[in-house]
Unconditional design. Structure first.
Length: 76
């Protein structure tokens, strides 16, 4: 194998590795965005649950059905 062939093989290998690094970087960025979205969703769910827990009367606990009926989405 000549020096030219070795250099060409190294350049090809380097190009493939650079592409793999770029692909992995894009994948990690997408995963972090998804993680952030899920964290926001969990936070919103926790806030709604806390609101539900705070709105309960001490004498008469409110059922989930009653809570849902009071907090209907706008399209109902």
């Amino acid at each position: 194998m000549s020096d030219t062939d070795r250099i060409e093989n190294l350049e090809i290998t380097l190009a493939h590795q650079e592409q793999q690094i770029q692909d992995m970087s894009e994948m990690i960025t997408a995963q972090w965005k998804e993680i952030d979205r899920l964290k926001r969703h969990i936070q919103q769910t926790e806030e709604k649950l806390q609101e539900f827990m705070d709105s309960e009367d001490e004498d008469k606990p409110q059922s989930a059905t009653e809570f849902a009926a009071r907090n209907k989405p706008p399209h109902y």
